[in-house]
Design a protein around this ligand. Sequence first.
Ligand SMILES: CC(C)(COP(=O)(O)OP(=O)(O)OC[C@H]1O[C@@H](n2cnc3c(N)ncnc32)[C@H](O)[C@@H]1OP(=O)(O)O)[C@@H](O)C(=O)NCCC(=O)NCCS
Length: 158
Amino acid sequence: MPGATFEIRPALDGDRRPLAALFATVAEERDGIATEPPVDVEARAASWTLDGTFVALADGEVIGSLHLERSRFGFAELGMTVAREWRGRGVGSALMAAAIGWAREQGLHKVSLSVFPHNAAAIALYRKFGFVEEGRRVRQFRRASGELWDAIDMGLLL
Ligand SMILES: CC(C)(COP(=O)(O)OP(=O)(O)OC[C@H]1O[C@@H](n2cnc3c(N)ncnc32)[C@H](O)[C@@H]1OP(=O)(O)O)[C@@H](O)C(=O)NCCC(=O)NCCS
């Protein structure tokens, strides 16, 4: 892992395809995010909402992303992915710090998210930033395997 340094910045138009490619790679894990393969990378790249998206870059490559989907009601829904080989190195934390700062600047009052109960790394990251558990959706997500997974809702008041 050359240098092992990274930077965070708001997403630009040229990030669309790498953002979609990273998303598709993480979807293949069938573990942390709700989406499972197949992912139409070109369609996802074209439809990606850049407003509220932050990217982590290392050597010019997108190695992480976080998106805040702003609602009309003062809250935003968070989704994030970090490339597997970069996890546990502070990339997710740096993305989260940037996103929370942006959300406050935008005058949002809350960030919300859903996370699978087995996703210990994500839950630890969210708790570290002050997110609290607000409820559990039982057997909410039907997986391609046929399993029904719970989801924990978490929120951070800004
Ligand atoms: C969840 C995810 C974004 C975290 O990103 P990351 O870059 O690994 O996060 P960080 O390195 O900043 O770690 C954040 C905290 O989580 C904790 N943590 C990290 N990996 C962990 C693990 N495997 N188990 C338990 N806690 C862990 C650490 O305590 C760390 O806090 P610290 O800085 O005080 O040590 C990343 O694991 C990921 O992309 N997973 C797959 C996609 C996914 O699950 N997305 C979230 C869907 S809700």
